[in-house]
Design a binder for this molecule. Structure first.
Ligand SMILES: Nc1ncnc2c1ncn2[C@@H]1O[C@H](COP(=O)(O)OP(=O)(O)OP(=O)(O)O)[C@@H](O)[C@H]1O
Length: 263
């Protein structure tokens, strides 16, 4: 199978300030105030067409940052990101305009994808049907629950039929019927040789649906490989981590964060 996504030494740095004053001073006199935090650090791996890659890691490890970089929503600070074909991200954390209704969001997203008015009129009923939102589609998205937002995001992306689909926690908030329907759609995509990234804390879904796993820890790629191997190592790590007291877990995360901070 051909490679569809290639990441080479991808790093994402954010500037961190110790105070509001320092942030303001940096805006007025840009310089080296504050420190940098590597949300993602030197990540390299390649994914093949037909792969479903589970992105796993504890909170704050960098899964969403990496997904958003692959999805073209945010730029990397350095490194190379090569994605063959169209890419679409479905995330609970981003993607929809809260001030617009569901139907207006569909129209907006379709316009961004370059659809004509006629094409939008053609796909609109399909998207509404897949979303199962009924008349709520004419309500502003700010009135939606996270499950409803996820349904709308998933329905739009499925109709967009991208070559690379990124699902960031979007299936963890819907009801079981919708999740099953979405997972079935994901499998259909996989059979068509498309590439899927699946960010999830639901390890049984990752085990059942992913061909490979990228385990992110402290912004770095700790392990990448076949699901059975990486899952065995990741669950062993989680077992140890979950045995730590909340204070010890915090220390573990703080120590990792310290390694990501640079003056
Ligand atoms: N815009 C930003 N500015 C500064 N730091 C950021 C920004 N976005 C993310 N980060 C930091 O980068 C790290 C990785 O965040 P990210 O959301 O990618 O983690 P995650 O693995 O998706 O976490 P979770 O499982 O909790 O959703 C976190 O420490 C976060 O605080």
């Amino acid at each position: 199978m051909a490679e569809s996504v290639i990441l080479k030494n991808v790093t994402k740095k954010y500037r961190m300030y110790e105070s509001k004053g320092q942030q303001l001073a940096d805006l007025i006199f840009p310089g080296k105030k504050g420190s940098t935090f590597n949300a993602i650090e030197d990540i390299s791996f390649a994914v093949e067409e037909g792969d479903v890659v589970g992105l796993v890691g504890i909170n704050g490890s960098g899964k969403s940052t990496l997904s958003n970089i692959i999805g073209g929503l945010i730029p990397a600070s350095s490194g190379e990101v090569d994605v063959k074909g169209d890419v679409n991200v479905i995330a609970i954390k981003s993607g929809l305009n809260n001030a617009l209704t569901g139907a207006e969001n569909i129209e907006f997203k379709c316009l961004l994808m370059g659809y004509t008015k006629e094409k939008i009129a053609e796909v609109m009923p399909e998207i509404i049907e897949f979303s199962e939102l009924g008349d709520f589609i004419y309500q502003p998205v700010k009135q939606y629950s996270s499950g409803m937002k996820s349904k709308l995001g998933f329905a739009i992306s499925v109709t967009a039929n991208p070559d690379v689909l990124i699902i960031d926690e979007a299936l963890s908030v819907g009801d079981q019927t919708f999740t099953d329907k979405s997972l079935a759609k994901m499998m259909e995509y996989k059979k068509q040789g498309k590439t899927i990234f699946f960010v999830s804390h639901n390890l049984s879904q990752v085990r059942n649906f992913c061909t490979k796993i990228a385990w992110i820890e402290g912004g770095r790629l700790r392990e990448y490989g076949p699901t059975n191997i990486v899952m065995r190592n990741y669950t062993a790590f989680l077992k140890d981590y979950n045995q730590l007291s909340p204070k010890q877990q915090k220390k573990f995360r703080d120590d990792l964060a310290k390694q990501r901070k640079h003056k």
